[in-house]
Design a protein around this ligand. Structure first.
Ligand code: FAD
Ligand code: 2HG
Ligand code: ZN
Length: 541
């Protein structure tokens, strides 16, 4: 009898969802599933900027010693002026400031020179000169990196790729794109959409990050689950070595097994082995049908079950599977004023799951999504949900409203003040353990929030510990505790953001000694004077 009642309840809920699905065919966003949701699911937008506090100099906060590099003189400046012209140099200290401070406001260098080449040849001339004169260089793309790798530690010359922004070729038969490294990810996405293609990666920082920066950090992002990482998608690249030599591996072939796969040296090496100047990338077909569901779940165990069910039921149409915990959702609602469409009687859920499907046939994908939701409800692992769908030729950005609840957490948590950010990957059953361990370990009342969200499909969780402003004592409470804990769980101290400046001393927790030795040897070979992005990635010898 109880069983029959439960079945009837699920059937009624499913009917209600199907009705709503039909309604939103006219385009848009709908509250679904739980009949108790009466309010409209519109999301509020806010344009306020992130925290504006200026960090103390890196050399002071982290007690670093400057390497044996030359300091920029008038004669050096004359060389750069002759090469690029005055308008492509920045020497004014105030103007240099934004190139010296990272996005998280965690590190601050004191460079007095930013150079802005437009061509590979100019990059080559700059590096050749810097190498001969022992001038250190910090490559910088969109400066959205989260590990302090994109800004100088001391007075390194900032080489900004922002003017290297030409799209060179779009081939919609081979589905490839060739462009300069300074192209903004979102610009590329919009450009490709005109030819029915898309970039194989998508990040919350897409409006500012450059493809060269993404390649240099091997950025993962929101759709890695479906399209794989950049080591697989990047067909070729062109890079300039520390001595100014140009390495041309700008291949657009999908298959090429001729000799060493040199492009991999530059993917994810965070500007320490060379400067990426051009890239060739394979571009998936823009899906015709995209649906997004936000689901409310009571426990981490249920979240894992929902993920497994999504994999089994949605299979080839699953394009993203993201997790948001209660503390992260409150970042969106409290700090950004976004609306959580799943709140009932002022209460939300312990966990949320954002699932995206992308395919070529709306009806087919909808059916799959419905089957998945029906099973999830029947098994009572999903308690509530809301979906958005549109039938034809959808632009992925039209789902901004649900996606914002996931994409804008990084921005929102910054409004707490200062954030210690961690980007770890662990075997899935241990995915949320680090958050529990930190909550157990950190009892300082100055801590505002300990939150976890991220790419559950990739086993990559972003752990955030926020406080009103940077406090050294709390930094020591969090680190090395968190990294050692992750290492015990057989995880990685960096799943996607890289090592940068912030994690060099923890590299050994995720990389074997023999691998670190080879990294040092490669650095010695590629950049014997160590002018490229010093103090980053490699631990000091
Ligand atoms: P920068 O920050 O300028 O540089 C990053 C590193 O690459 C630095 O070490 C720099 O020296 C080096 N570099 C830059 N350009 C070059 C070049 N042409 N040649 C050689 N070295 C170079 N990362 C993810 O992996 N997944 C995410 O989902 C994600 N989401 C994010 C969301 C937000 C809101 C923010 C702020 C960041 C996010 N990130 C994410 C971090 C991510 O590393 C960056 O967004 C992006 O990959 C960096 O690109 P960028 O152009 O800003 O590079
Ligand atoms: C994301 O997945 C990014 O949103 C940023 O990788 C994570 O803020 C962070 O730590
Ligand atoms: Zn991420």
């Amino acid at each position: 009898m109880a069983q029959d009642k439960k079945k009837e309840k699920v059937r009624r809920m499913m009917l209600s969802v199907l009705r709503q699905l039909r309604n939103v065919r006219k385009g848009g966003y709908a509250a679904m599933r739980h009949p108790k949701i009466k309010e409209s699911a519109t999301v509020f937008f806010t344009t306020e900027s992130v925290a504006t506090l200026k960090p103390e100099p890196t050399a002071v906060r982290y007690k670093v010693t400057r390497g044996p590099y030359a300091t920029v003189t008038d004669s050096h400046l004359r060389f750069f002026e002759d090469l690029l012209g005055k308008d492509r140099l920045i020497t004014d200290p105030d103007e240099c400031e934004s190139y010296n401070v990272d996005w998280v406001k965690m590190v601050r260098g004191c460079s007095r020179l930013v150079v802005k080449p437009k061509t590979t040849e100019e990059v080559s001339e700059i590096l050749r000169y810097c190498n001969v004169n022992r001038l250190a260089v910090c490559p910088q793309g969109g400066n959205t990196g989260l590990v302090g790798g994109s800004v100088p530690v001391f007075d390194e010359i900032v080489l900004s790729t922002s003017l290297m922004n030409n799209i060179i070729e779009v081939d919609n038969i081979s589905s490839t794109l060739v462009c300069q490294a300074g192209c903004i990810l979102e610009t590329l996405e919009n450009h490709l959409a005109q030819s029915g293609m898309m970039m194989p990666l998508d990040l919350g920082a897409k409006g500012s990050c450059q493809i060269g920066g993404c390649v240099s950090t091997n950025a993962g992002g929101l759709r890695l689950l479906r399209y794989g990482n950049l080591h697989g998608n990047l067909l070729g690249l062109e890079a300039v070595k520390a001595n100014g030599e140009i390495v041309n591996c700008l291949n657009t072939l999908k298959k090429d097994n001729t000799g060493y796969h040199l492009k991999h040296l530059f993917i994810g090496s965070e500007g320490t082995l060379g400067i990426v100047t051009k890239i060739a990338i394979q571009c998936p077909t823009l899906p015709k049908a995209v649906s997004v569901a936000l689901l409310g779940v009571d426990s981490f165990e249920d979240l894992l079950k929902t993920y497994q069910l999504a994999q089994a039921e949605l299979a080839e149409v699953l394009s993203s599977c993201e997790m948001i915990d209660r503390a992260s959702m409150s970042v969106c609602t409290d700090n950004l004023g976004l609306k959580n469409p799943l709140v009932i009687n002022n209460d939300g859920y312990e966990f949320y799951m954002l699932i995206e499907t992308a395919g070529s046939e709306t009806r087919h994908d909808e059916e799959k999504l419905n089957q998945f939701l029906e099973k999830a409800m029947e098994r009572e692992i999903v308690k509530n949900g809301t979906i958005a769908t549109e039938p034809t030729k959808i632009k992925i950005s039209s789902f901004q409203n649900i996606w914002q609840l996931r994409e804008r957490i990084t921005e929102g948590v910054m409004r707490d003040g200062y954030v210690f950010k961690y980007d770890i990957s662990v075997p899935l059953p241990n995915f949320y353990k680090t958050v529990h361990a930190l909550r157990e370990h950190l009892k300082d009342p100055r801590i505002k929030r300990i939150a976890g969200y991220g790419h559950i499909g990739d086993g990559n969780i972003h752990v955030q510990v926020s406080i009103p402003e940077y406090i050294d004592e709390i930094a020591h409470q969090v680190e090395p505790f968190i990294f050692e804990y992750v290492s015990k769980l057989k995880g990685s101290v960096s799943a996607e953001h890289g090592i940068g400046f912030k994690k060099t001393q923890f590299l050994h927790l995720s990389k074997d000694e023999s691998a670190i030795k080879l990294m040092h040897e490669l650095k010695q070979l590629m950049d014997p004077n160590r002018i490229l992005n010093p103090y980053k990635v490699l631990p000091s010898l």
